[in-house]
Design a protein around this ligand. Structure first.
Ligand code: MN
Length: 549
C-alpha cells in the first residue's frame, strides 16, 4: 500500500506512553546473583516501589520458587503474600513455564491448574506463560486456568534464531496466541540475541498481525539490549522489562532509570519519576555491594559477552560448557563442542535454546564430542526429547539420530501431558503430616525432595537459618553435608560418593545439575555454586555434592 507522503496533519505524534515492568525482584537477581535475594532484603523498599506507577513488578516464578525452598529456607508462597500486602497499587507479575510450571519436566494438568489458582489467590495479577519449544499445546492448560481464575494472561514467545524462524513463523504464532485468548504477547529473548533493527522488523510484523499489547523482554548479555528496546518501542512495543540500575546490565536487563530518562519528553514518555527511581536505586546499592563482596555477584557477568553474538548461543550456555569441559580435563575440545551444538540442535528439531532445551542440547553436544561418536551415549533428557516428551519442535527430529537413541520405541505425537495422570490426591496423601497450608502440596509436586527437606526444617524451626546468614562461599557446602547426615539418620542409608566418583557422575547428571542452578536464567561464569543430588550407582542410592567455580 502506498503511503501518502504529502499530508502531515499531525505535527505532534500521538502520545503512546511505554509501560515499565520492573524485574529486580525476579529476573534481575536470578540473572546476576543466582536468585539469592531474600524476602527480608526486598520488603523494606516495597512501599516506595508501590508509588512509582510501574505497569507491573515481576516478582515471582522462574527460579525464585526453587531458590526459596532450596537455598533460602523460605516459603515462596509466604513471600508472595507479603508482596501482595505491600504492593497495594501495583500489579504483580510471575513467570510460568507452561506445563513445566516452575520446574523442569511436564506436570499433570491438575497440578498446573491448582498452581495457577493458588498463584492468583495469593496475589499474582499477570501470569507470563511460555514453552521452550513454543509448542502452544504445552501452554493451553495454564492459559485456560489463568483465564478461569480471572488472571491477566501474557503468552511469551521464546525468541531464537535459525532458518525455521522466519517473520512468517513469528507472525503466525503471535496470531495463534491472540486467538488462544491471551491478553498480551511477550517477545522473550532470554539470551540477548535480538539485535535492534531485527527487533524493529519483528515488532512491526507482530503488531500488524495482532491487536493485543506487546511486551519486550531481553537481557543485556550481548550489549545491545537498550538499543533493541528503543527500536522496539518506535516500532510499537507497549511495555519493556527493565531492572533498577544496581541490578541492571550484564546478564540482567537494561536499567530502568536509563530507559525512563531516554523516553522523557517523547511520545513514549513513561511518566515515571526519576527522583523516586533514584531513591529506589539507593536502596539496592548496598545490597549489590554485599553480593559483590561475598562473591555471589561476579564482575565478569556485568560486562558484554560477545560470544553470544558470535556463536548465537546463550552466554550462560557457553560458560557451562567451559566448566563441563574443565571437569573432564577436555578444555581443548571447546571449539569442537561449539561446532557440535548447532548440529545437535538441528537433530533435535531446531528448538529455541532456553531451559530446559539449552541444557539438553549443550550436554548432548559435549557427550557427542567426548565419547568420540555421536549419540553413542545419550542423556535421559535427550531420549525423552526424541520420544516427543517435551512436545513438538519447529522442524522434525533427525530420523536416524532418533532411531539410534530411542530404537524402536514409538515416539509420542500428542500433547505430552495427555499421558500424565492427575496426581494431586496422591501427593496430598504423601505429605499430609507435613502440610500446614493448601499450597504445600504444590511445592511438593514440583520439587519433592527439596520441599520435603524444607517442610522438615520448618517443623524444626529452621535451625539452619542462622548458618545461612554467613557469607556465600562458606555457607553452602557444610549445609549440604548437614542435610545429608540428617537424611542418613531417618531414611535408608545413602552412600556419599567420593569427589572422584562425583566427577565421573557429573557428565551423566549435568542436565540435572544445570536445571537446578540455571532455572531459566543464566548460569554466570565464575559464580561459586554448590549442588547436592541423589543418584543410583549399581542399583544403590548414593548422594553427591558438586562444587565448582
Ligand atoms: Mn529473562
Amino acid at each position: 500500500m502506498a503511503e501518502n507522503m504529502n499530508v502531515q496533519k499531525n505535527p505532534e505524534p500521538a502520545k503512546r506512553p511505554v509501560g515499565i515492568v520492573e524485574t529486580v525482584l525476579r529476573d534481575a537477581h536470578q540473572s546476576l546473583i543466582a536468585t539469592r535475594m531474600t524476602t527480608e532484603e526486598m520488603l523494606p523498599i516495597v512501599p516506595k516501589m508501590d508509588k512509582v506507577g510501574y505497569h507491573a513488578v515481576e516478582c515471582w516464578g522462574g527460579a525464585t520458587f526453587d531458590a526459596c525452598l532450596r537455598f533460602l529456607n523460605e516459603d515462596p508462597w509466604e513471600r508472595l503474600r507479603k508482596f501482595r500486602d505491600g504492593f497495594k497499587n501495583t500489579k504483580l507479575q510471575m513467570l510460568f513455564r507452561g506445563q513445566n510450571i516452575l520446574g523442569y519436566n511436564h506436570y499433570p494438568d491438575d497440578v498446573v491448574e491448582y498452581f495457577v489458582q493458588k498463584s492468583i489467590a495469593n496475589g499474582i495479577d499477570i501470569i507470563r506463560i511460555f514453552d521452550c519449544f513454543n509448542d502452544l499445546r504445552n501452554l493451553k492448560t495454564a492459559v485456560d486456568a489463568s483465564k478461569r481464575e480471572k488472571g491477566e494472561v501474557q503468552v511469551a514467545l521464546s525468541y531464537t534464531l535459525g532458518d525455521a524462524y522466519t517473520l512468517d513463523y513469528w507472525k503466525d504464532i503471535a496470531k495463534r496466541i491472540e486467538d488462544m485468548g491471551a491478553d498480551s504477547i511477550c517477545i522473550k529473548d532470554m539470551a540477548g540475541l535480538l539485535i535492534p533493527y531485527e527487533a524493529e522488523r519483528l515488532v512491526r510484523a507482530i503488531k500488524e498481525e495482532t491487536s493485543i499489547p506487546l511486551e519486550m523482554h531481553t537481557h543485556y548479555t550481548s550489549g545491545v539490549a537498550s538499543m533493541t528496546y528503543l527500536k522496539s518501542i518506535e516500532a510499537g512495543a507497549d511495555y519493556i522489562d527493565t531492572a533498577i540500575s544496581p541490578f541492571a546490565l550484564g546478564t540482567s536487563q537494561p536499567a530502568t532509570e536509563v530507559l525512563v530518562k531516554t523516553l522523557e519528553g517523547t511520545p513514549y514518555d513513561t511518566g515515571l519519576d526519576i527522583n523516586l527511581l533514584s531513591e529506589i536505586a539507593d536502596y539496592f546499592l548496598p545490597i549489590r555491594e554485599k553480593y559483590l563482596k561475598n562473591g555471589r555477584m561476579n564482575p565478569k557477568v556485568l560486562g558484554v559477552d560477545i560470544n553470544t553474538l558470535k556463536y548465537q548461543v546463550p552466554g550462560g550456555m557457553l560458560s557451562n560448557l567451559v566448566s563441563q569441559l574443565k571437569d573432564q580435563h577436555a578444555e581443548d575440545k571447546f571449539y569442537d563442542v561449539l561446532k557440535e551444538i548447532p548440529r545437535v540442535r538441528e537433530d533435535m528439531g531446531m528448538p529455541p535454546l532456553v531451559t530446559p532445551s539449552s541444557q539438553i542440547v549443550g550436554t548432548q553436544a559435549v557427550m557427542n564430542v567426548l565419547f568420540g561418536e555421536r549419540y553413542k551415549v545419550a542423556t535421559k533428557e535427550t531420549k525423552a526429547l526424541l520420544r516427543g516428551e517435551y512436545g513438538r519442535t519447529v522442524r522434525p527430529f533427525n530420523k536416524e539420530v532418533q532411531k539410534k537413541v530411542i530404537g524402536d520405541t514409538e515416539p509420542i505425537t500428542c500433547r505430552p501431558a495427555d499421558l500424565i495422570p492427575n496426581e494431586l490426591p496422591k501427593l496430598r496423601e504423601e505429605i499430609k503430616e507435613w502440610a500446614v497450608q493448601d499450597e504445600d502440596v504444590l511445592s511438593y509436586a514440583l520439587f519433592p525432595q527439596v520441599a520435603m527437606d524444607f517442610f522438615k526444617a520448618r517443623k524444626a524451626g529452621f535451625p539452619e537459618k542462622k548458618a545461612a546468614e554467613k557469607p556465600a562461599e562458606t555457607k553452602e557446602a557444610p549445609k549440604a553435608e548437614e542435610k545429608k547426615e540428617e537424611k542418613k539418620e531417618e531414611a535408608a542409608p545413602v552412600r556419599k560418593l567420593s569427589p572422584d566418583e562425583t566427577s565421573e557422575l557429573m557428565i551423566k547428571t549435568v542436565p540435572h545439575v544445570l536445571f537446578c542452578e540455571l532455572s531459566g536464567g543464566f548460569f554466570p561464569e565464575g559464580v561459586p555454586v554448590s549442588f547436592e543430588g541423589e543418584t543410583t550407582v549399581n542399583g544403590e542410592a548414593a548422594s553427591f555434592t558438586v562444587e565448582r567455580l
